[in-house]
Design a protein around this ligand. Sequence first.
Ligand code: HEM
Length: 537
Amino acid sequence: GQPDTRTPTGAETGAPPTAFGQQGAYLTTAQGARLRDTDHSLKAGPRGPLLMQDHHFREKITHFDHERIPERVVHARGAGAHGVFTSYGTASNLTRAGFLKDKGKETDVFVRFSTVLGSRGSADTVRDTRGFATKFYTDEGTFDLVGNNMPVFFIQDAIKFPDIIHAAKWHPDREIPQAQSAHDTFWDFVSLHTEAQHHTMWNMSDRGIARSYRMMEGFGVHTFRLVNDAGETVLVKFHWKPKLGVHSLVWEEAQIASGVDPDFHRRDLYDSIEAGAYPEWELGLQVFPDNPEETFAGIDLLDPTKIVPEELAPVQPVGKLVLNRTPTNFHAEVEQVAFHLGNLVPGIDVTNDPLLQGRLFSYLDTQLTRLAGPNFHQIPINRPHAPVNDMLRDGFHQQAVHAGVAPYKPNSLDAGNPFPTEENAFVDVPVVVTEAPKVRDLPVSFKDHWTQVRLFWQSMTPIEREHIIRAYTFELGKCYEQAIKERQLQCLANIDPVLCSEVATGLGLPAPAPSIELPEVTPSPALSQIGQEWPGD
Ligand code: HEM
Protein backbone atom coordinates (compact mmCIF):
# COMPACT_ATOMS: atom_id res chain seq x y z
CA GLY A 1 0.00 0.00 0.00
CA GLN A 2 2.98 2.35 0.19
CA PRO A 3 3.75 4.60 -2.77
CA ASP A 4 6.62 3.62 -5.02
CA THR A 5 9.04 6.54 -4.91
CA ARG A 6 10.79 5.61 -8.12
CA THR A 7 9.91 6.56 -11.62
CA PRO A 8 9.16 3.31 -13.46
CA THR A 9 11.97 2.25 -15.75
CA GLY A 10 10.57 -1.13 -16.66
CA ALA A 11 12.48 -2.69 -13.78
CA GLU A 12 9.64 -2.03 -11.38
CA THR A 13 6.92 -3.37 -13.61
CA GLY A 14 8.78 -6.27 -15.16
CA ALA A 15 7.89 -4.76 -18.53
CA PRO A 16 10.33 -5.44 -21.36
CA PRO A 17 12.97 -2.74 -21.70
CA THR A 18 12.58 -0.04 -24.28
CA ALA A 19 14.16 -1.01 -27.57
CA PHE A 20 16.40 1.53 -29.23
CA GLY A 21 17.60 2.05 -32.76
CA GLN A 22 16.88 0.99 -36.32
CA GLN A 23 13.17 1.69 -35.96
CA GLY A 24 12.38 5.19 -37.17
CA ALA A 25 11.73 6.31 -40.71
CA TYR A 26 14.95 8.33 -40.93
CA LEU A 27 18.46 8.42 -39.52
CA THR A 28 19.02 10.77 -36.58
CA THR A 29 21.76 11.87 -34.20
CA ALA A 30 21.69 10.54 -30.65
CA GLN A 31 19.62 13.64 -29.85
CA GLY A 32 16.98 12.79 -32.44
CA ALA A 33 17.89 15.42 -35.02
CA ARG A 34 17.45 14.19 -38.60
CA LEU A 35 20.63 13.71 -40.62
CA ARG A 36 21.20 14.64 -44.22
CA ASP A 37 24.68 13.09 -44.66
CA THR A 38 26.57 10.58 -42.52
CA ASP A 39 29.14 9.66 -45.18
CA HIS A 40 31.23 12.81 -45.34
CA SER A 41 32.82 14.87 -42.57
CA LEU A 42 32.63 18.65 -42.54
CA LYS A 43 35.78 20.16 -44.01
CA ALA A 44 37.24 23.51 -44.95
CA GLY A 45 36.78 22.82 -48.63
CA PRO A 46 36.75 19.40 -50.25
CA ARG A 47 40.51 18.95 -49.58
CA GLY A 48 40.18 19.62 -45.84
CA PRO A 49 41.24 19.91 -43.06
CA LEU A 50 38.37 18.67 -40.86
CA LEU A 51 36.37 21.24 -38.92
CA MET A 52 36.23 20.81 -35.15
CA GLN A 53 32.62 21.98 -35.18
CA ASP A 54 31.40 18.79 -36.93
CA HIS A 55 29.48 17.47 -33.96
CA HIS A 56 27.96 14.60 -35.93
CA PHE A 57 31.46 13.39 -36.83
CA ARG A 58 32.59 13.69 -33.21
CA GLU A 59 29.48 12.00 -31.81
CA LYS A 60 29.78 9.11 -34.26
CA ILE A 61 33.52 8.56 -33.76
CA THR A 62 33.53 9.17 -30.00
CA HIS A 63 30.76 6.68 -29.45
CA PHE A 64 32.51 4.14 -31.63
CA ASP A 65 35.77 4.68 -29.75
CA HIS A 66 34.02 3.63 -26.55
CA GLU A 67 32.05 0.63 -27.87
CA ARG A 68 34.12 -1.99 -26.08
CA ILE A 69 33.91 -2.65 -22.38
CA PRO A 70 36.51 -4.65 -20.47
CA GLU A 71 36.14 -8.37 -20.93
CA ARG A 72 35.51 -10.41 -17.80
CA VAL A 73 38.73 -11.12 -15.89
CA VAL A 74 37.75 -14.80 -16.17
CA HIS A 75 34.96 -16.47 -18.20
CA ALA A 76 35.37 -13.80 -20.91
CA ARG A 77 34.29 -16.10 -23.73
CA GLY A 78 30.65 -17.07 -23.56
CA ALA A 79 27.20 -17.37 -25.08
CA GLY A 80 23.77 -16.96 -23.53
CA ALA A 81 20.08 -17.60 -23.99
CA HIS A 82 16.72 -16.84 -22.40
CA GLY A 83 14.36 -19.49 -21.13
CA VAL A 84 11.86 -20.68 -18.59
CA PHE A 85 12.25 -22.67 -15.40
CA THR A 86 9.25 -24.76 -14.31
CA SER A 87 9.07 -26.08 -10.78
CA TYR A 88 7.97 -29.68 -10.15
CA GLY A 89 6.91 -28.68 -6.63
CA THR A 90 9.02 -31.52 -5.21
CA ALA A 91 11.16 -29.16 -3.10
CA SER A 92 8.17 -27.68 -1.27
CA ASN A 93 9.13 -29.39 2.00
CA LEU A 94 12.72 -28.16 1.72
CA THR A 95 12.54 -24.48 0.78
CA ARG A 96 10.19 -21.55 0.99
CA ALA A 97 11.57 -20.12 -2.27
CA GLY A 98 8.42 -19.80 -4.39
CA PHE A 99 10.09 -20.53 -7.72
CA LEU A 100 11.13 -23.97 -6.42
CA LYS A 101 8.25 -24.66 -4.05
CA ASP A 102 5.11 -24.09 -6.07
CA LYS A 103 4.30 -26.89 -8.50
CA GLY A 104 4.03 -25.66 -12.10
CA LYS A 105 5.38 -22.20 -11.23
CA GLU A 106 7.17 -20.70 -14.24
CA THR A 107 10.12 -18.31 -13.84
CA ASP A 108 11.99 -16.42 -16.57
CA VAL A 109 15.70 -17.20 -16.73
CA PHE A 110 18.81 -16.08 -18.58
CA VAL A 111 21.74 -18.50 -18.82
CA ARG A 112 25.33 -17.71 -19.80
CA PHE A 113 27.76 -20.52 -20.66
CA SER A 114 31.47 -19.79 -20.88
CA THR A 115 34.99 -21.07 -20.91
CA VAL A 116 37.14 -19.84 -18.05
CA LEU A 117 40.54 -18.93 -19.38
CA GLY A 118 40.31 -17.75 -22.98
CA SER A 119 39.75 -14.18 -24.10
CA ARG A 120 36.49 -13.01 -25.66
CA GLY A 121 37.53 -14.09 -29.15
CA SER A 122 39.04 -17.45 -28.23
CA ALA A 123 37.82 -20.79 -29.56
CA ASP A 124 34.97 -22.69 -27.93
CA THR A 125 36.30 -26.24 -28.03
CA VAL A 126 39.40 -25.83 -25.86
CA ARG A 127 40.17 -28.08 -22.90
CA ASP A 128 38.83 -26.02 -20.00
CA THR A 129 36.14 -25.86 -17.34
CA ARG A 130 32.85 -24.38 -18.59
CA GLY A 131 30.76 -21.81 -16.69
CA PHE A 132 27.02 -22.45 -16.35
CA ALA A 133 25.49 -19.33 -14.78
CA THR A 134 21.72 -18.96 -14.40
CA LYS A 135 19.74 -15.88 -13.48
CA PHE A 136 16.26 -16.71 -12.17
CA TYR A 137 14.04 -13.58 -12.35
CA THR A 138 11.75 -14.75 -9.54
CA ASP A 139 8.75 -12.90 -8.07
CA GLU A 140 10.70 -12.66 -4.82
CA GLY A 141 13.81 -11.10 -6.35
CA THR A 142 16.59 -12.39 -8.56
CA PHE A 143 18.37 -15.63 -7.66
CA ASP A 144 21.68 -16.38 -9.41
CA LEU A 145 23.08 -19.91 -9.53
CA VAL A 146 26.66 -19.30 -10.71
CA GLY A 147 28.04 -22.75 -11.41
CA ASN A 148 30.40 -24.73 -13.61
CA ASN A 149 30.20 -27.97 -15.61
CA MET A 150 32.48 -29.65 -13.06
CA PRO A 151 31.46 -30.33 -9.45
CA VAL A 152 34.77 -29.44 -7.81
CA PHE A 153 37.14 -26.49 -7.86
CA PHE A 154 40.93 -26.04 -7.90
CA ILE A 155 41.16 -24.25 -4.58
CA GLN A 156 39.56 -24.42 -1.14
CA ASP A 157 39.98 -20.78 -0.21
CA ALA A 158 39.06 -17.79 -2.39
CA ILE A 159 42.30 -16.04 -1.46
CA LYS A 160 44.00 -18.47 -3.89
CA PHE A 161 41.85 -17.45 -6.88
CA PRO A 162 44.31 -14.86 -8.27
CA ASP A 163 47.09 -17.49 -7.91
CA ILE A 164 45.36 -20.25 -9.91
CA ILE A 165 44.19 -17.79 -12.57
CA HIS A 166 47.64 -16.19 -12.89
CA ALA A 167 49.10 -19.68 -13.25
CA ALA A 168 46.56 -20.81 -15.85
CA LYS A 169 45.94 -17.75 -18.04
CA TRP A 170 48.38 -16.45 -20.64
CA HIS A 171 52.06 -15.91 -19.92
CA PRO A 172 52.75 -12.30 -18.87
CA ASP A 173 55.50 -11.88 -21.45
CA ARG A 174 53.99 -13.10 -24.72
CA GLU A 175 50.34 -13.67 -23.83
CA ILE A 176 50.13 -17.30 -24.92
CA PRO A 177 48.45 -19.65 -24.50
CA GLN A 178 44.91 -18.37 -24.35
CA ALA A 179 43.40 -21.70 -23.56
CA GLN A 180 44.41 -24.09 -20.88
CA SER A 181 46.90 -26.08 -22.86
CA ALA A 182 49.67 -27.20 -20.61
CA HIS A 183 52.44 -24.87 -19.77
CA ASP A 184 54.92 -24.57 -17.00
CA THR A 185 53.00 -22.12 -14.84
CA PHE A 186 49.80 -24.21 -14.71
CA TRP A 187 51.52 -27.50 -13.90
CA ASP A 188 53.89 -25.73 -11.54
CA PHE A 189 50.92 -24.46 -9.52
CA VAL A 190 48.77 -27.60 -9.49
CA SER A 191 51.68 -29.90 -8.65
CA LEU A 192 52.68 -27.67 -5.73
CA HIS A 193 49.13 -26.85 -4.61
CA THR A 194 47.87 -30.41 -4.54
CA GLU A 195 44.27 -29.61 -3.58
CA ALA A 196 43.98 -28.67 -7.29
CA GLN A 197 44.59 -32.26 -8.40
CA HIS A 198 40.93 -33.32 -8.32
CA HIS A 199 39.69 -30.50 -10.54
CA THR A 200 42.76 -30.99 -12.76
CA MET A 201 41.81 -34.60 -13.43
CA TRP A 202 38.28 -33.53 -14.36
CA ASN A 203 39.93 -31.15 -16.86
CA MET A 204 42.15 -33.93 -18.24
CA SER A 205 39.12 -36.20 -18.61
CA ASP A 206 36.55 -36.08 -21.42
CA ARG A 207 34.58 -33.57 -19.30
CA GLY A 208 37.26 -31.02 -20.23
CA ILE A 209 36.05 -30.81 -23.84
CA ALA A 210 32.26 -30.51 -24.00
CA ARG A 211 30.50 -31.60 -27.19
CA SER A 212 27.90 -28.87 -26.81
CA TYR A 213 26.60 -26.58 -24.10
CA ARG A 214 23.37 -28.55 -24.45
CA MET A 215 25.19 -31.71 -23.38
CA MET A 216 26.87 -30.47 -20.22
CA GLU A 217 25.97 -31.03 -16.61
CA GLY A 218 26.03 -28.01 -14.33
CA PHE A 219 26.96 -27.86 -10.66
CA GLY A 220 26.56 -25.20 -8.00
CA VAL A 221 29.77 -26.77 -6.57
CA HIS A 222 29.35 -25.34 -3.06
CA THR A 223 26.91 -26.61 -0.48
CA PHE A 224 23.98 -24.26 0.10
CA ARG A 225 21.43 -24.14 2.90
CA LEU A 226 17.69 -24.30 2.19
CA VAL A 227 15.07 -23.06 4.64
CA ASN A 228 11.42 -24.17 4.52
CA ASP A 229 8.24 -22.47 5.70
CA ALA A 230 8.68 -23.94 9.17
CA GLY A 231 12.20 -22.52 9.41
CA GLU A 232 13.78 -25.99 9.13
CA THR A 233 17.04 -26.24 7.20
CA VAL A 234 18.84 -28.77 5.02
CA LEU A 235 22.17 -28.60 3.20
CA VAL A 236 22.05 -29.12 -0.57
CA LYS A 237 24.17 -29.26 -3.69
CA PHE A 238 22.60 -28.05 -6.96
CA HIS A 239 22.92 -30.15 -10.14
CA TRP A 240 21.81 -29.49 -13.73
CA LYS A 241 21.21 -32.70 -15.75
CA PRO A 242 21.01 -32.20 -19.53
CA LYS A 243 18.14 -33.91 -21.31
CA LEU A 244 20.47 -34.89 -24.16
CA GLY A 245 22.93 -36.59 -21.78
CA VAL A 246 26.59 -35.71 -21.26
CA HIS A 247 28.80 -35.88 -24.36
CA SER A 248 32.34 -34.83 -25.13
CA LEU A 249 34.56 -34.24 -28.11
CA VAL A 250 37.73 -36.27 -28.41
CA TRP A 251 40.91 -34.22 -28.63
CA GLU A 252 41.32 -34.51 -32.39
CA GLU A 253 37.70 -33.45 -33.03
CA ALA A 254 38.17 -30.47 -30.74
CA GLN A 255 41.30 -29.42 -32.64
CA ILE A 256 39.51 -29.56 -35.97
CA ALA A 257 36.47 -27.70 -34.61
CA SER A 258 38.70 -24.93 -33.16
CA GLY A 259 40.20 -24.35 -36.58
CA VAL A 260 37.17 -24.83 -38.79
CA ASP A 261 34.63 -23.17 -36.52
CA PRO A 262 35.93 -21.43 -33.38
CA ASP A 263 32.27 -20.55 -32.59
CA PHE A 264 31.29 -24.23 -32.50
CA HIS A 265 29.42 -24.11 -29.17
CA ARG A 266 27.99 -20.64 -29.63
CA ARG A 267 26.63 -21.56 -33.05
CA ASP A 268 25.24 -24.86 -31.78
CA LEU A 269 23.37 -23.10 -28.96
CA TYR A 270 21.78 -20.48 -31.20
CA ASP A 271 21.09 -22.84 -34.12
CA SER A 272 19.37 -25.40 -31.92
CA ILE A 273 17.12 -22.77 -30.31
CA GLU A 274 16.24 -21.21 -33.64
CA ALA A 275 15.45 -24.67 -35.05
CA GLY A 276 13.05 -25.23 -32.12
CA ALA A 277 15.23 -27.98 -30.59
CA TYR A 278 15.21 -26.23 -27.22
CA PRO A 279 18.02 -27.22 -24.85
CA GLU A 280 16.69 -28.68 -21.61
CA TRP A 281 18.02 -29.52 -18.19
CA GLU A 282 16.51 -30.84 -15.00
CA LEU A 283 17.51 -29.07 -11.82
CA GLY A 284 18.21 -31.54 -9.04
CA LEU A 285 19.28 -31.46 -5.42
CA GLN A 286 21.49 -33.66 -3.33
CA VAL A 287 20.02 -33.21 0.13
CA PHE A 288 21.92 -33.65 3.40
CA PRO A 289 20.83 -33.16 7.02
CA ASP A 290 22.00 -29.82 8.41
CA ASN A 291 24.19 -31.26 11.15
CA PRO A 292 26.60 -29.04 13.11
CA GLU A 293 29.65 -30.79 11.59
CA GLU A 294 28.40 -29.99 8.07
CA THR A 295 29.54 -33.43 6.86
CA PHE A 296 27.82 -36.28 5.03
CA ALA A 297 29.17 -39.85 4.97
CA GLY A 298 32.42 -38.49 6.36
CA ILE A 299 32.75 -35.93 3.54
CA ASP A 300 33.19 -32.30 4.56
CA LEU A 301 30.39 -30.44 2.79
CA LEU A 302 32.26 -27.12 3.05
CA ASP A 303 35.22 -28.39 1.00
CA PRO A 304 34.71 -27.39 -2.67
CA THR A 305 37.35 -29.89 -3.84
CA LYS A 306 35.10 -32.78 -2.76
CA ILE A 307 31.93 -34.29 -4.20
CA VAL A 308 29.36 -36.48 -2.53
CA PRO A 309 28.93 -39.55 -4.76
CA GLU A 310 25.42 -39.79 -6.17
CA GLU A 311 25.22 -43.39 -4.93
CA LEU A 312 25.30 -41.99 -1.40
CA ALA A 313 22.98 -39.03 -2.02
CA PRO A 314 20.88 -39.38 -5.17
CA VAL A 315 20.05 -36.22 -7.13
CA GLN A 316 16.36 -35.43 -6.63
CA PRO A 317 14.74 -33.56 -9.55
CA VAL A 318 12.98 -30.32 -8.55
CA GLY A 319 12.32 -28.55 -11.85
CA LYS A 320 13.00 -28.15 -15.54
CA LEU A 321 14.88 -25.49 -17.51
CA VAL A 322 14.12 -24.88 -21.20
CA LEU A 323 16.12 -22.36 -23.23
CA ASN A 324 13.82 -21.05 -25.94
CA ARG A 325 15.00 -17.59 -27.02
CA THR A 326 18.30 -16.31 -28.35
CA PRO A 327 19.53 -12.85 -27.37
CA THR A 328 18.44 -9.88 -29.48
CA ASN A 329 21.74 -8.10 -28.90
CA PHE A 330 24.88 -9.87 -27.72
CA HIS A 331 26.43 -6.85 -26.03
CA ALA A 332 23.27 -5.76 -24.22
CA GLU A 333 22.50 -9.19 -22.89
CA VAL A 334 25.43 -11.65 -22.93
CA GLU A 335 28.21 -9.11 -22.34
CA GLN A 336 26.39 -6.97 -19.81
CA VAL A 337 24.77 -9.67 -17.71
CA ALA A 338 26.19 -9.67 -14.20
CA PHE A 339 25.80 -12.70 -11.95
CA HIS A 340 26.38 -12.74 -8.22
CA LEU A 341 26.18 -15.52 -5.63
CA GLY A 342 24.81 -13.01 -3.15
CA ASN A 343 21.67 -12.64 -5.27
CA LEU A 344 19.59 -14.92 -3.05
CA VAL A 345 15.88 -15.22 -2.35
CA PRO A 346 14.11 -16.20 0.89
CA GLY A 347 14.52 -19.95 1.32
CA ILE A 348 18.08 -20.22 -0.05
CA ASP A 349 21.13 -19.26 2.00
CA VAL A 350 24.89 -19.63 1.72
CA THR A 351 27.19 -21.75 3.88
CA ASN A 352 30.62 -20.99 5.30
CA ASP A 353 32.53 -22.72 2.47
CA PRO A 354 35.60 -20.44 2.35
CA LEU A 355 35.60 -20.39 -1.45
CA LEU A 356 31.94 -19.37 -1.56
CA GLN A 357 32.49 -16.72 1.10
CA GLY A 358 35.23 -15.08 -0.98
CA ARG A 359 33.18 -15.23 -4.16
CA LEU A 360 30.50 -13.22 -2.36
CA PHE A 361 32.97 -10.33 -2.39
CA SER A 362 34.59 -10.75 -5.80
CA TYR A 363 31.74 -10.54 -8.33
CA LEU A 364 30.25 -7.21 -7.29
CA ASP A 365 33.73 -5.79 -6.94
CA THR A 366 34.80 -6.74 -10.47
CA GLN A 367 31.46 -5.66 -11.96
CA LEU A 368 31.86 -2.17 -10.50
CA THR A 369 34.77 -1.77 -12.92
CA ARG A 370 33.57 -3.94 -15.79
CA LEU A 371 30.18 -2.23 -15.97
CA ALA A 372 31.40 1.21 -14.91
CA GLY A 373 29.82 2.10 -11.63
CA PRO A 374 27.18 0.99 -9.16
CA ASN A 375 24.04 1.12 -11.30
CA PHE A 376 24.52 -1.93 -13.55
CA HIS A 377 21.53 -3.59 -11.89
CA GLN A 378 19.47 -1.13 -13.96
CA ILE A 379 20.80 -2.48 -17.29
CA PRO A 380 17.83 -4.30 -18.86
CA ILE A 381 19.29 -7.83 -18.63
CA ASN A 382 20.12 -7.30 -14.95
CA ARG A 383 16.81 -5.74 -13.90
CA PRO A 384 14.82 -7.84 -11.44
CA HIS A 385 11.33 -8.81 -12.56
CA ALA A 386 10.18 -8.31 -8.98
CA PRO A 387 9.20 -4.77 -7.91
CA VAL A 388 12.16 -2.70 -6.70
CA ASN A 389 11.90 -0.04 -4.01
CA ASP A 390 15.38 0.61 -2.69
CA MET A 391 17.17 3.57 -1.08
CA LEU A 392 20.13 3.45 -3.49
CA ARG A 393 20.59 6.83 -5.19
CA ASP A 394 22.61 8.62 -7.84
CA GLY A 395 25.96 7.31 -9.17
CA PHE A 396 27.27 6.98 -12.72
CA HIS A 397 24.67 6.06 -15.35
CA GLN A 398 21.67 6.44 -13.03
CA GLN A 399 18.59 5.51 -15.11
CA ALA A 400 15.83 6.16 -12.59
CA VAL A 401 14.39 9.58 -11.82
CA HIS A 402 13.72 9.03 -8.16
CA ALA A 403 10.85 10.93 -6.60
CA GLY A 404 10.75 11.60 -2.87
CA VAL A 405 13.12 13.62 -0.71
CA ALA A 406 13.98 11.18 2.02
CA PRO A 407 15.82 8.07 0.82
CA TYR A 408 16.68 7.12 4.35
CA LYS A 409 15.03 5.30 7.19
CA PRO A 410 13.36 6.10 9.51
CA ASN A 411 11.87 9.24 7.99
CA SER A 412 8.67 11.18 8.54
CA LEU A 413 8.63 13.08 5.25
CA ASP A 414 7.87 10.77 2.31
CA ALA A 415 4.26 9.75 2.88
CA GLY A 416 5.13 8.72 6.41
CA ASN A 417 7.10 5.58 5.70
CA PRO A 418 7.88 4.76 2.09
CA PHE A 419 10.17 1.88 2.91
CA PRO A 420 8.23 -0.55 5.05
CA THR A 421 10.26 -3.66 5.79
CA GLU A 422 8.69 -6.99 5.15
CA GLU A 423 8.42 -9.77 7.70
CA ASN A 424 8.27 -12.35 4.96
CA ALA A 425 11.68 -11.38 3.57
CA PHE A 426 15.06 -13.07 3.61
CA VAL A 427 16.07 -14.16 7.08
CA ASP A 428 19.68 -15.04 7.77
CA VAL A 429 19.79 -18.55 9.19
CA PRO A 430 21.14 -18.12 12.73
CA VAL A 431 24.04 -20.52 12.21
CA VAL A 432 26.09 -20.66 15.38
CA VAL A 433 29.51 -19.06 15.05
CA THR A 434 31.28 -20.42 18.13
CA GLU A 435 34.09 -18.93 20.16
CA ALA A 436 36.42 -19.83 17.30
CA PRO A 437 39.78 -18.09 17.35
CA LYS A 438 40.75 -15.87 14.43
CA VAL A 439 42.96 -18.10 12.23
CA ARG A 440 44.12 -18.44 8.63
CA ASP A 441 43.90 -22.27 8.80
CA LEU A 442 41.51 -24.64 7.06
CA PRO A 443 39.84 -27.65 8.72
CA VAL A 444 41.97 -30.81 8.94
CA SER A 445 39.41 -32.63 6.76
CA PHE A 446 40.39 -30.32 3.86
CA LYS A 447 43.93 -31.76 3.91
CA ASP A 448 43.15 -35.03 2.07
CA HIS A 449 43.91 -34.18 -1.57
CA TRP A 450 44.11 -37.71 -2.96
CA THR A 451 41.15 -39.95 -2.03
CA GLN A 452 38.56 -38.34 -4.28
CA VAL A 453 40.88 -37.98 -7.29
CA ARG A 454 41.55 -41.70 -7.01
CA LEU A 455 37.80 -42.31 -6.74
CA PHE A 456 37.25 -40.32 -9.94
CA TRP A 457 40.02 -42.21 -11.78
CA GLN A 458 38.65 -45.56 -10.65
CA SER A 459 35.14 -44.71 -11.78
CA MET A 460 36.34 -44.25 -15.37
CA THR A 461 35.86 -46.83 -18.13
CA PRO A 462 38.97 -48.10 -19.98
CA ILE A 463 38.50 -45.72 -22.92
CA GLU A 464 37.99 -42.77 -20.56
CA ARG A 465 41.20 -43.76 -18.74
CA GLU A 466 43.02 -43.86 -22.03
CA HIS A 467 41.85 -40.32 -22.82
CA ILE A 468 42.97 -39.13 -19.38
CA ILE A 469 46.42 -40.68 -19.77
CA ARG A 470 46.81 -39.16 -23.24
CA ALA A 471 45.68 -35.74 -21.99
CA TYR A 472 48.15 -35.69 -19.08
CA THR A 473 50.94 -36.89 -21.37
CA PHE A 474 50.19 -34.37 -24.11
CA GLU A 475 49.74 -31.42 -21.77
CA LEU A 476 52.72 -32.21 -19.51
CA GLY A 477 54.75 -32.81 -22.66
CA LYS A 478 54.39 -29.06 -23.35
CA CYS A 479 56.29 -28.15 -20.16
CA TYR A 480 59.86 -26.98 -20.55
CA GLU A 481 60.89 -27.59 -16.93
CA GLN A 482 61.69 -31.23 -16.22
CA ALA A 483 61.28 -30.66 -12.46
CA ILE A 484 57.64 -29.66 -12.99
CA LYS A 485 56.89 -32.83 -14.99
CA GLU A 486 58.55 -34.91 -12.29
CA ARG A 487 56.56 -33.20 -9.53
CA GLN A 488 53.29 -33.82 -11.35
CA LEU A 489 54.27 -37.46 -11.91
CA GLN A 490 54.75 -37.67 -8.16
CA CYS A 491 51.17 -36.44 -7.74
CA LEU A 492 49.94 -39.08 -10.19
CA ALA A 493 51.87 -41.75 -8.27
CA ASN A 494 49.92 -40.73 -5.17
CA ILE A 495 46.67 -41.17 -7.11
CA ASP A 496 47.25 -44.43 -8.99
CA PRO A 497 50.48 -46.26 -9.89
CA VAL A 498 49.25 -47.38 -13.32
CA LEU A 499 48.12 -43.87 -14.29
CA CYS A 500 51.53 -42.60 -13.19
CA SER A 501 53.57 -45.23 -15.03
CA GLU A 502 51.59 -44.82 -18.29
CA VAL A 503 52.07 -41.05 -18.29
CA ALA A 504 55.74 -41.44 -17.28
CA THR A 505 56.27 -43.82 -20.21
CA GLY A 506 54.67 -41.34 -22.56
CA LEU A 507 56.95 -38.59 -21.25
CA GLY A 508 60.03 -40.80 -21.36
CA LEU A 509 60.62 -40.36 -17.64
CA PRO A 510 60.88 -42.84 -14.77
CA ALA A 511 57.72 -43.38 -12.70
CA PRO A 512 58.25 -42.35 -9.07
CA ALA A 513 56.97 -44.38 -6.11
CA PRO A 514 54.05 -42.91 -4.15
CA SER A 515 55.05 -40.56 -1.36
CA ILE A 516 51.98 -41.48 0.70
CA GLU A 517 50.59 -44.81 1.76
CA LEU A 518 48.10 -45.95 -0.88
CA PRO A 519 44.95 -47.78 0.16
CA GLU A 520 44.27 -51.33 -1.01
CA VAL A 521 42.50 -50.92 -4.34
CA THR A 522 42.04 -53.04 -7.42
CA PRO A 523 44.91 -52.05 -9.67
CA SER A 524 43.99 -50.25 -12.89
CA PRO A 525 44.70 -52.30 -16.01
CA ALA A 526 47.61 -51.00 -18.05
CA LEU A 527 46.74 -49.67 -21.51
CA SER A 528 48.31 -52.75 -23.09
CA GLN A 529 45.80 -54.85 -21.15
CA ILE A 530 42.84 -52.92 -22.52
CA GLY A 531 43.92 -53.34 -26.12
CA GLN A 532 45.46 -49.88 -26.56
CA GLU A 533 48.82 -49.04 -28.08
CA TRP A 534 51.14 -46.84 -26.04
CA PRO A 535 53.10 -44.66 -26.45
CA GLY A 536 52.39 -42.69 -29.58
CA ASP A 537 50.05 -43.11 -32.48
C1 HEM B 1 32.97 -15.29 -13.36
C2 HEM B 1 31.86 -19.69 -11.75
C3 HEM B 1 35.17 -19.31 -8.26
C4 HEM B 1 35.69 -14.70 -9.45
C5 HEM B 1 32.41 -16.52 -13.24
C6 HEM B 1 31.44 -17.07 -14.13
C7 HEM B 1 31.12 -18.30 -13.68
C8 HEM B 1 31.89 -18.55 -12.50
C9 HEM B 1 30.12 -19.25 -14.28
C10 HEM B 1 30.92 -16.42 -15.39
C11 HEM B 1 29.73 -15.59 -15.10
C12 HEM B 1 29.18 -15.02 -16.37
O1 HEM B 1 28.80 -15.81 -17.25
O2 HEM B 1 29.12 -13.79 -16.47
C13 HEM B 1 32.68 -19.96 -10.68
C14 HEM B 1 32.63 -21.17 -9.89
C15 HEM B 1 33.57 -21.07 -8.92
C16 HEM B 1 34.20 -19.78 -9.09
C17 HEM B 1 31.66 -22.30 -10.12
C18 HEM B 1 33.93 -22.01 -7.81
C19 HEM B 1 33.14 -22.93 -7.36
C20 HEM B 1 35.54 -18.01 -8.23
C21 HEM B 1 36.34 -17.41 -7.19
C22 HEM B 1 36.47 -16.11 -7.53
C23 HEM B 1 35.76 -15.89 -8.76
C24 HEM B 1 36.89 -18.14 -5.99
C25 HEM B 1 37.19 -15.00 -6.80
C26 HEM B 1 37.53 -15.02 -5.53
C27 HEM B 1 35.05 -14.50 -10.63
C28 HEM B 1 35.05 -13.25 -11.33
C29 HEM B 1 34.27 -13.42 -12.47
C30 HEM B 1 33.80 -14.77 -12.43
C31 HEM B 1 35.79 -11.98 -10.91
C32 HEM B 1 33.96 -12.40 -13.53
C33 HEM B 1 32.59 -11.82 -13.23
C34 HEM B 1 32.18 -10.70 -14.14
O3 HEM B 1 33.05 -10.02 -14.70
O4 HEM B 1 30.97 -10.47 -14.26
N1 HEM B 1 32.68 -17.45 -12.24
N2 HEM B 1 33.64 -19.14 -10.17
N3 HEM B 1 35.19 -17.05 -9.16
N4 HEM B 1 34.29 -15.41 -11.31
FE1 HEM B 1 33.93 -17.24 -10.71
